[in-house]
Design a protein around this ligand. Structure first.
Ligand SMILES: Cc1cc2nc3c(=O)[nH]c(=O)nc-3n(C[C@H](O)[C@H](O)[C@H](O)COP(=O)(O)OP(=O)(O)OC[C@H]3O[C@@H](n4cnc5c(N)ncnc54)[C@H](O)[C@@H]3O)c2cc1C
Length: 319
């Protein structure tokens, strides 16, 4: 991507030319400075990640070899984990899980909240009081802070470790716009703290079938600090204002559909106590024979393809 601001571009390029020495990085901040230099740190990585995580970067672990936060490279060729991807031609990504669920639908119970898991009796109690008993194995994809307090008899130390897990929540706004191709990109990231969202993306640029002809569909994502409430009316107003401020939408654009969404567990924060807390939880889950997997069950940064591979690996653990 070409930066229009020459001073910023020069500072980013200079830092990238002489990044810090290769060493074992202790924090996310050290890792960015050491691999990408001061320019990229100050102009993008610090403001963007502080906005996303609501956390100082010297209080987070380095992502290291994670494919999702790749080291910035001086390459003209595109790189990163998502420069190429597959997507269903029609029906959105939900069509994928719908198709998969077709194979097991007769054994699927939907919209049933797990209230309690008795690991000794091997029994699950649902929100409506219904029980599932006599299971040998259990694979859970519930977020760890939800799973642990639901396990009957979980020790205090384990409950405390689960409470210490850090994450961010998210408010997303899906919009339908009455204009074709409002933007040429798949998605855009915003580091500017004055802009309320950190990312916006364009469904209709992924597949034309994701909106009616002559229109566009897009999403915006606002990060919410763990445990804080939000004012939906105000957020929607600010998102629309900032879509115009950033040039994504025009004042003349007609918003013909909108869908607000709240996601409690959105991104795991790899705080400095992450490994300590996770080790306590994993040891306990092994003891009570619960396979906790998936993005929030393993408490990780992962994408949909890993969720599928996690499922396959979990099934492989069952004798
Ligand atoms: C904003 C955002 C953008 C993303 N973008 C992408 C992307 O572009 N590409 C990509 O590949 N991945 C993306 N991901 C990641 C992807 O969504 C996840 O990796 C995937 O959904 C993880 O699947 P999972 O089954 O592990 O967890 P989930 O899909 O979160 O499933 C966990 C389920 O547990 C349920 N649950 C919670 N508590 C209970 C309870 N007590 N009883 C019963 N059920 C309960 C939840 O309702 C949820 O349905 C994104 C994630 C976010 C948050």
């Amino acid at each position: 991507m070409k930066l229009k601001n020459r001073r910023i571009a020069a500072e980013c390029a200079a830092g990238l030319k002489y990044p810090g020495e290769k060493k074992k990085y202790k924090t996310f901040k050290d890792w960015i400075l050491g691999t990408s230099g001061k320019g990229i740190y100050e102009h993008f990585m610090r403001p963007y990640n502080e906005k996303l995580y609501h956390c100082k970067l010297d209080k987070m672990l380095p992502f290291g070899q994670s494919a999702y936060v790749p080291e910035v490279k001086r390459k003209r060729k595109a790189y990163g984990y998502n420069i190429e991807f597959y997507y269903p031609a029609a029906g959105g990504i939900g069509s994928f899980s719908k198709t998969l669920s077709g194979f097991v639908f007769d054994r699927t119970l939907l919209n049933a909240e797990v209230k309690e898991i008795d690991p000794v009796k091997r029994e699950i109690t649902y929100g409506d009081g219904m029980k599932a008993a006599g299971f040998k194995e259990i694979i859970s994809t519930l977020p760890l802070p939800e799973l642990i307090p639901r396990i009957k008899g979980a020790p205090k130390k384990v409950l405390a470790a689960a409470k210490k897990l850090r994450y961010i929540s998210l408010f997303a706004l899906n919009l339908g716009i009455g204009r074709e191709k409002v933007n040429k990109n798949h998605w855009l990231y915003f580091a500017d703290p004055e802009i309320c969202f950190y990312r916006t993306g364009f469904y209709s640029n992924v597949s034309k079938k994701l909106c009616p002809p002559g229109m566009s569909s897009l999403y915006t994502e606002v990060s919410l600090k763990q445990g804080t409430g939000y004012d939906q009316k105000k957020l929607v107003k600010n998102i629309k204002r900032d879509l115009i401020e950033t040039g994504v939408l025009k004042t003349s654009d007609n918003i013909i559909a909108e869908q607000p969404l709240y996601i409690k567990y959105a991104y795991v924060i790899f705080d400095l106590n992450y490994h300590k807390n996770i080790a306590i939880l994993r040891e306990y889950l092994k003891k009570v024979k619960i396979i906790s997997t998936g993005r929030y069950g393993a408490w990780n940064y992962s994408a949909m393809e890993e969720a599928l591979l996690d499922g396959k690996a979990a099934a492989g653990l069952i004798k």
